[in-house]
Ligand binder design. Structure first.
Ligand code: AMP
Length: 284
């Protein structure tokens, strides 16, 4: 099992990808912030299954964090990440330096699409501007045929899809299922911030999402009632602050008064200093 080729500059990534394209190969790209887990690896495996080569990026993107957020303490585990990527069949890892991605004087940003406005957009106002900007930049640097994102970040995937459509970007976007722990907690790099007690309580997020699905299956169609039921589960488990727990339209992410079409339940909530997000597709 050989380690992936590590590429640290834009020149290096362009050369490696250019050589692959010259051989008639295609590439599947998985952008990440590192601290990798099975969720990320599922994307890499899918990229590798569908293309000659899989390329992952590891870059903790400063422009998507607000000043009070966890940019400086975000876990950085590069050597362990490399070994995990090797096991998943990843061919190249692009890990650029912040100075090359955002050189002095950098001032051009992507204005994110409308779907960025609700939910995360309300609680992390500049987050998707940073995400859309770095993803567009990475797409331009890597020039892969397809890029793989997780449904775990449901709104992020919707933002990327809309940006790719609106800006005519020549990349196919694939969104892959959420990988969960046995007890339902969605894998996340931020789970490692949780104390053992918080880790036990965190399972309430998935229980809350399932409560919404159960109640919907039993005929409760009022979005507000499903929202209250989810918040109740979270509060019982000791979540101090729930940013949102609601049912939304799958495309616009507007909250639904009546759940009369396939929808998505979404939660963002705080346990101690850690903010967790998750979601579940709902069928009617
Ligand atoms: P991040 O490193 O948190 O920026 O995530 C990189 C990619 O991995 C994003 O497309 C995420 O949606 C995806 N991802 C994160 N956690 C999971 C998970 N539990 N299951 C599937 N995909 C995930």
């Amino acid at each position: 099992m050989s380690l992936p080729q590590v590429l640290n500059t834009i020149d290096q990534v362009r050369t490696a990808v250019g050589a692959a394209h010259a051989r008639g190969e295609t590439l599947g790209f998985v952008p990440t912030m590192g601290a990798l887990h099975e969720g990320h690896l599922s994307l890499v495996r899918r990229a590798k299954a569908e293309h000659s080569r899989a390329i992952a990026s590891i870059f903790v993107n400063p422009t998507q964090f607000a000043p009070h957020e966890d940019f400086t303490r975000y876990p950085r585990t590069f050597e362990a990440d490399l070994a995990l990527l090797a096991g998943a069949g990843c061919d190249h890892v692009f890990a650029p330096a912040a100075e090359e991605v955002y050189p002095p004087g950098f001032s051009t940003y992507v204005q994110p699409p409308a779907v960025a406005l609700p939910l995360e957009g309300q609680f992390r106002p500049d987050h998707f501007r940073g995400v859309a900007t770095i993803v567009l930049k990475l797409f331009e640097m890597v020039q892969a045929e397809a890029a793989y994102f997780g449904q775990k970040d449901y709104q992020q995937a919707a933002v990327i899809r809309a940006m790719v459509c609106d800006l005519n970007l020549p990349v196919r976007i694939e969104v892959c299922p959420i990988v969960r722990e046995a007890d339902g907690l969605a894998l996340s790099s931020r789970n490692r911030y949780l104390s053992p007690d918080e880790r036990r309580r965190a399972t309430a997020i998935y229980r809350a999402l399932q409560t919404a699905a159960d109640q919907l299956a039993h005929g409760e169609r009022r979005g507000a009632a499903l929202s209250v039921a989810m918040q109740h589960v979270l509060q019982q488990a000791g979540f101090q602050k729930v940013d949102y727990a609601l049912v939304a339209d799958r495309d616009t992410l507007a909250e639904l008064e009546q759940v009369d079409r396939p929808a998505v339940a979404l939660i963002a909530a705080h346990l101690g200093a850690t903010r967790l997000i998750d979601n579940l597709l709902l069928e009617v």
